[in-house]
Design a protein around this ligand. Structure first.
Ligand code: RFL
Length: 387
């Protein structure tokens, strides 16, 4: 079977690229190991930044894909005292509290049901042939047997543990990484957050509360790397939330899930090899404190979709050849922002973890957001994704 582009992975980046290509009349096939119901159930990120909103607007898709309140404020709470930071600056639409689950579900509907796009669910044993002098090839197996897809380009959107990056010969990529040495417990709970997003620093450690749709929110609590679910029964979870938010009136409600996420930053570079191009988590990870994981995946697709269209439509491959060099400065800039957010939020908190000196300098950094218009403006630009 022949097509122009094969995309591996129908997460947020793969589905976005497939939808853009389909809208441009570019033949493409998406290969995904899971089924549609599973993907539409997956709960992850919750903020689409202003830059990504603008990208969807430019494709005429924002009204079909993005729903949810605007994400314009963050309550940087310190020992229970609220301080609301307002994201300001620039014309154009603000970021949105649109869950990744909703975006992915809407992309799925747009690509499959509306545009009649070609997606192969339940694909196992995906292998990539990407050698000089031969046509790129993706092989996979499903309930109907083995399949071979010949194409011009392969796009790896299959996350950190996918097959795309793993198919690149040893020694081609460099891995740059940083471990923060602690983790987050992410708990999805049956209580909405109708006010500001909360990022709370306290002497007892960090906690965040972010909206996840109209009924739910997700709490993120700093915890130890080795913590397991049995270390965090619901009673302890709610006690810590009350303590860290400085709000004893919070009541225990249903907890849907608890995940442990070790905080780390990673970039694999370059993000391409011959006719294979990596996007999103397949190439980079950021700690969730910055809420940039999904947005950086969307940034890659913004650049990659234009580069693919130039290569296929206009026979001009220069943007594609420069893909990695084009996106990496932006990715490093946002890695730096993620480190800033993560260090600031955690260092400013529990002094037994990082020391009182770090605690005081991190608190000064936070104060600066409210005292210095320059610092506030720069922070707003990072939040919007436009810096
Ligand atoms: P995705 O969305 O993980 O999609 C990858 C897709 O590839 C499929 N796949 C394969 N398909 C075929 N063959 C294989 N061998 C395959 N291996 C994998 C998978 O089934 C899946 O459908 O990656 P993508 O598109 O790069 O998007 C990246 C974002 O999903 C990610 O950066 C964010 O979700 C990160 N992240 C968060 N980001 C935020 O901005 N804010 C958050 O609050 C936030 N919370 C999270 C997160 C990531 C989490 N994970 C991955 C542990 C919470 C969690 C739990």
């Amino acid at each position: 079977e022949n097509t122009t582009v094969v995309i591996i992975g129908a997460g947020v980046s793969g589905l976005t690229l497939a939808t853009f290509l389909q809208k441009s009349g570019m033949p493409c096939i998406l290969v995904e190991r899971r089924d549609r119901a599973y993907i539409e159930m997956r709960q992850r990120a919750g903020v689409v930044d202003a830059r990504a909103v603008r990208m969807f607007e430019q494709w005429g898709l924002a009204d079909k894909l993005l729903f949810g309140p605007v994400a314009q404020t963050i309550d940087y709470r310190l020992n229970g005292c609220s301080r609301v930071f307002e994201v300001t600056g620039e014309d154009g639409s603000p970021g949105r509290f649109c869950t990744q689950q909703m975006l992915v579900t809407n992309l799925m509907r747009e690509f499959i049901d509306v545009m009649k796009g070609d997606i192969r669910f339940g694909a196992t044993d995906v292998t990539i042939l990407n050698e000089d002098g031969i046509c790129p090839q993706v092989n996979y197996t499903d309930v109907d047997g083995s399949h071979v897809l010949h194409c011009n380009y392969i796009i790896g959107c299959d996350g950190d543990l996918g097959v795309s990056r793993a198919s690149i010969p040893h020694g081609v990529l460099t891995k740059y990484s940083h471990e923060f040495g602690y983790a987050w417990l992410a708990a999805l709970v049956e209580t909405p957050l109708t006010g500001h997003a909360i990022m709370a620093v306290s002497d007892h450690g960090f906690v965040a509360q972010l909206p996840r749709g109209p009924q739910r929110s997700r709490f993120y609590l700093q915890c130890s790397l080795g913590d397991r679910p049995q270390d965090w029964p619901d009673e302890r979870l709610w006690d810590e939330i009350r303590l860290r938010l400085g709000d004893l009136a919070i009541e225990n409600v249903k907890v849907h899930d608890k995940l442990f996420v070790p905080l780390r930053s990673v970039i694999h570079a370059p993000m391409q090899y011959r006719n294979l191009f990596l996007s999103g988590d397949a190439a980079h990870l950021v700690p969730p404190a910055s809420a940039k994981g999904m947005n950086l995946a969307l940034y890659d697709i913004d650049v990659l979709s234009q580069a693919l269209l130039c290569a296929i439509r206009d026979n001009d491959t220069s943007a594609l050849e420069n893909y990695s060099d084009t996106v990496l400065p932006h990715l490093w800039n946002y890695q730096d922002f993620s480190v800033w957010m993560t260090d600031t939020m955690h260092d400013a908190g529990d002094p037994t973890q990082h020391g009182t000196f770090k605690q005081m300098t991190a608190r000064a950094r936070l104060d600066n957001l409210f005292n210095s218009p320059t610092a506030a403006s720069m922070h707003s630009q990072y939040q919007r994704g436009t810096n």
